[in-house]
Design a protein around this ligand. Structure first.
Ligand SMILES: Cc1ncc(COP(=O)(O)O)c(C=O)c1O
Length: 397
């Protein structure tokens, strides 16, 4: 049926405040960058833009090594790391402390690797002794991998000792920095990480669609001397490198130009703010939110010692209907809060203050919304206490 009219109505998505686990809202500068004219994938002007992105990524990861944004979301970076560093039969130790640790296990198993899973209670960090035991029990471990910022729980797993242990046992070390990049120091070179991957939609401040990755010289060496080709042609780092690095670029796939423009602008904004200031901003606003939630009598899942300030997990008070409550928040305040994942489904809310959204105004708005909606759902609280406690933290810092 060709009528000249479209049966698809005009696109008109609502403008939400995304205070969940990501995506987060992005700056209008980043949105505008996406409307810039398209270029060919080997146009010299596009190659210059690619180089800018690689430089910006090196800065946020803290590396002089090879960086690129893999086309695809954070899971594509996860798969790229595993598929390039592991060959069938290789042994990988996975520190599995949540939903995304589980995903790594699943991917590594599909690749035919021998997976040694170290289960960690959700909401906790790993006991380093457990990791050492796992290394001691294996003849040869190719890779140790973990999630830096576990978005399903709100835990920040320190990478320092894990990286050291991997080196001690001659293994490569990979970290999932999907939720940490832009909000926490990564220290790729300083810690000796071999592969890190992230997503653009969280603390970097761009839309979803690219997975920034950093690859160490040692990892590149391992990749270039593999006995078998990586199972995935699309995620083959050796092939991608010929497109993203060097004098003569070789076409691999059609880069999503508009996404690359967006990432470039987001990285430019990170540079303008300064990385350390950005980390401090996330910490300050996260601290204020935690103080406000606790002043309302709410229980937080993760102690301050290893919490993520960009993502706070709150236990849902007894008697409150998870879905109904989040729907009210959306309807009355236009705020999206995150639901619990996996075993934390209907147990916790995940409140994100990521990238552009990590602001004092959002902290106060969210707390004020909770102060209004929680009593309507039968939860007693001292009105104004949350906002006051958060304001105090913000005033002090
Ligand atoms: C820690 C972590 N790893 C991996 C992923 C997967 O990323 P994506 O959903 O962008 O594929 C996510 C997504 O939220 C995440 O939080």
């Amino acid at each position: 049926m060709i009528t000249g009219d479209s049966s698809i109505p005009e696109l008109n998505p609502p403008s939400r405040l995304l205070l969940g686990p990501g995506p987060a809202n992005i700056n209008s500068r980043v949105l505008r960058a996406m409307t810039a004219p398209l270029l060919g994938y080997l146009d010299p002007d596009f190659v210059r833009i690619m180089d800018d992105v690689a430089v910006g990524l090196r800065q946020v990861f803290g590396t002089k090594s090879f960086t690129l944004p893999v086309s695809g979301t954070g899971s594509a970076g996860m798969e790229a790391g595993l598929a390039n560093l592991l060959e069938p039969g290789d042994t990988v130790i996975v520190v599995d402390a949540g939903y995304f640790g589980d995903r790594m296990v699943e991917m590594a198993e599909r690749l035919g690797a021998t997976v040694v899973r170290i289960p960690v209670e959700w909401g906790k960090v790993v006991e380093i002794g457990e990791v050492r035991k796992a290394f001691q029990a294996q003849k040869k471990v190719k890779l140790l991998t973990c999630v830096h910022a576990e978005t399903s729980t709100g835990v920040l797993q320190s990478l320092t000792e894990l990286s050291r242990l991997a080196k001690e046992y001659g293994a490569l070390f990979m970290a999932d920095t999907v939720t940490s990049l832009g909000a926490n120091k990564i220290g790729f070179d300083e810690l000796g990480i071999d592969f890190a991957f992230s997503g653009t939609q969280k603390c970097i401040g761009a839309p979803p669609g690219l997975s920034p990755c950093a690859v160490s010289t040692a990892a590149l060496q391992v990749i270039s001397t593999r006995k078998t080709k990586p199972y995935s042609w699309y995620l083959d780092i050796g092939l991608l490198r010929k497109y993203w690095e060097g004098g003569e670029r070789v076409y691999h796939h059609t880069a999503p130009m508009s996404m690359v423009y967006a990432l470039r602008e987001a990285l430019r904004m990170v540079q303008e703010e300064g990385l350390e200031k950005r980390w401090q901003r996330h910490t300050r606003n996260g601290k204020a939110l935690r103080a406000g939630l606790q002043a309302l009598g709410l229980k937080l899942l993760v102690p301050e010692a290893y919490c993520l300030y960009q993502l706070t997990s709150v236990l849902i008070p007894q008697g409150i209907d998870d879905l109904k409550f989040r729907q009210a928040l959306l309807r009355e305040y236009n705020i999206e809060a995150g639901a619990g994942l996996g075993k934390f489904r209907s147990q916790i809310w995940r409140l994100g203050l990521m990238g552009e959204n990590s602001t004092p105004a959002n902290v106060l708005l969210l707390l004020s919304a909770l102060e209004k909606l929680l009593p309507q759902n039968g939860y007693e609280l001292a009105p104004g206490a949350g906002v006051a406690a958060a304001s105090k933290v913000l005033a002090q810092t």
